[in-house]
Each structure stands twice: as structure tokens, then as C-alpha cells.
Design a protein around this ligand. Structure first.
Ligand SMILES: [Zn+2]
Length: 72
């Protein structure tokens, strides 16, 4: 059974995510590059799922884009 189409979600492809692992405490940290939203867990699968399911706050992204343009 096909999953619901999510490719139409605006901003999804524009918001790459980085997942890093803190080797000291063994926690994984996911950070959305554009909206700067973060999540952490000791379960890699959890943060990977969070990153995959994350939907940007459109207002936050617009605000950050505005700040970005002003800084440039
Ligand atoms: Zn985002």
C-alpha cells in the first residue's frame, strides 16, 4: 500500500538535516539546517524518524530567510 504523498510538502526538500552523534554520552542529535529545529535521543532511529517526519514551521523559515537576506 503506497504511503500518502508527502513530496508536495513545501520546504521539505529545502530543509536538509544533519544528524550527529555525541560520542561522549552516546546521544544522536538531528538538526534541521534551515529552520534550526533540533531533536536528540539516544536512539538513532528516533532522531532519523523525527528528521524525516519534520515539517518546517513556514513562518520561522520565512523569518530566517529574511534575516539571511539582510545579513548577506
Ligand atoms: Zn525545518
Amino acid at each position: 500500500m503506497p504511503k500518502p504523498a508527502r513530496r508536495s510538502n513545501p520546504g521539505r526538500s529545502l530543509d536538509p538535516v544533519t544528524i550527529t552523534t555525541d560520542l561522549v554520552n552516546g546521544r544522536h542529535l538531528a538538526r534541521r539546517v534551515r529552520c534550526t529545529d533540533t531533536a536528540s535521543s539516544d536512539l538513532y532511529g528516533w532522531v532519523a524518524t523525527w528528521a524525516d517526519d519534520h515539517t518546517c514551521d513556514a513562518e520561522m523559515v520565512a523569518l530566517l530567510a529574511l534575516l539571511d537576506r539582510r545579513a548577506a
